[in-house]
Design a protein around this ligand. Structure first.
Ligand code: ZN
Length: 423
């Protein structure tokens, strides 16, 4: 299974920033693009079987691994080890979670999550990952606000997955959540890479502050979840679905934390990443793709948000911007706007919170297996939008029979130009 290099700020947005009138932003965007390219060149492939090992020691053999981990393995095993009854663990965690997301910090150490936050001290050398240890599970706040922000936000995401999707960690096997802040110098992006998160600082007041963006952290952690609980390839249409899934679960965490129902939500991903100096409204608009950073709103930038809101627009983008699409793994951040709108329309029309129906349908579609000897994922590795749409409609019927839920989902896909076959 591939260890994806997934960033939250896509190359096309960095390209646009390279053209903007602000010299500081231009320089930052150019250096971020260069870092992204380096990371892409270094991409490592991991097999599913070797993944657990690489999660705790993901370095090349000749480089030091994070053996300096603050929480030793024996302690991790004693807290949530495999020798314990999984049902009992689940009950303990449910009890610990009873206080809900807002009380997250109070229950962390009893809930079986293992967070570690490191400081790269502005190095971008991946051989030095994760960096200097700053805060591990159960430690009190650190003097560096970025450390505390990722520590707190990661827990909110983990509790979200535990509470609503019965997932006890990214791999459902006690995987540590490792975050490195202050990654690189003059870097404005956040990544899921080498089975951990990395956060560049951005430019204060303009673009960045990813450590404080709950939806961005939800997006990145979801890349890990997708990696362990589906087989979706990170390229082309299936890659756009991979990005879409991260947006869907990232936005749901934010909506729950904000206590916002689907019809009241703004559906902006990364809205806190564009700061007043830029005047963009967010990295992406899931309900209205292509409107997050129009020329009118992003005064210092040239060009418009490139995300299409309809399947029929893909051909034109492939024709007009083939290089941009190619650099974006076949358009993973371009075309994710199409399924994003299908999800946002479904959730809005269902009413209530997004996780209640649309979220459950999407989760099942992504993670469910069928058949035997051995069971296989319902979503193939090279899943197209149409194949994914079919499964979501099937699942809607299975989870919410005789309620018209399948018709809501079918109509939403039709509205973005993806035809669902008759069931
Ligand atoms: Zn992503």
């Amino acid at each position: 299974m591939a260890s994806h290099m997934c960033c939250v700020v896509p190359p096309y947005l960095l390209d646009a920033l390279c053209e903007c009138s602000d010299p500081e932003l231009r320089e930052m965007a150019a250096s971020t693009l260069a870092f992204g390219q380096t990371i892409q060149d270094e991409r490592h492939e991991f097999s599913q079987g070797g993944f657990t090992d690489t999660a705790t020691d993901h370095h090349d053999d000749d480089t030091p691994g994070p053996a300096q981990g603050i929480v030793p393995d024996y302690l991790l095993e004693s807290i949530g080890g495999s020798g314990e009854d999984p049902e009992l663990q689940k009950a303990d965690r449910a009890a610990a979670d009873a206080e809900g997301l807002s009380e997250a910090g109070m229950v962390a150490s009893q809930s079986g999550f293992f967070r570690e936050v490191y400081d790269m001290e502005h190095s971008a050398a991946d051989t030095q990952l994760p960096g200097k240890p700053r805060r591990a599970e159960g430690d009190g706040p650190h003097s560096d606000p970025a450390v505390n922000e990722v520590y707190d936000n990661a827990l909110k995401v983990l509790l979200f997955y535990q509470k609503y999707f019965n997932l006890t960690s990214v791999d459902n096997n006690n995987m540590k959540i490792v975050s490195s802040v202050h990654y690189g110098s003059r870097v404005t992006n956040a990544w899921w890479h080498h089975n951990q998160m990395k956060y560049g600082d951005g430019i204060p007041g303009k673009l960045g502050h990813y450590t404080n963006a709950l939806d961005v952290i939800g997006h990145e952690i979801t890349h890990g979840v997708t990696q362990f609980h589906s087989q979706i390839k990170y390229n082309g249409e299936s890659g756009a679905l991979n990005e879409h899934i991260s947006d869907v679960f990232g936005i749901m965490v934010k909506q729950i934390a904000d206590n916002t129902t689907a019809d009241k939500a703004d559906w902006l991903l990364g809205e806190t990443c564009f700061m007043p100096d830029i005047k963009g409204v967010g990295l992406r608009n899931m309900l209205h793709p292509g409107t997050a950073w129009t020329r009118a709103k992003v005064t210092v930038m040239e060009g418009d948000d490139v995300q299409p809101d309809h399947y029929s627009k893909i051909a034109g983008i492939l024709k007009n911007d083939p290089d941009g699409v190619k650099r974006d793994h076949g358009g993973v951040h371009y075309f994710s706007g199409i399924p994003n709108r299908a999800f946002a329309l479904s959730a809005t029309r269902f009413g209530g919170f997004s996780y209640e129906k649309a979220g459950k349908i999407w989760w099942t579609a992504v993670t469910a297996k069928e058949g035997s000897n051995p069971p296989t994922y319902r979503i193939p590795s090279t899943c197209t939008f149409a194949q994914f749409a079919d499964v979501t409609v099937e699942v809607a019927k299975e989870l919410f029979p005789n309620s018209g839920a399948d018709q809501v989902v079918r109509t939403a896909w039709n509205d973005v130009g993806v035809q669902v076959k008759a069931h």
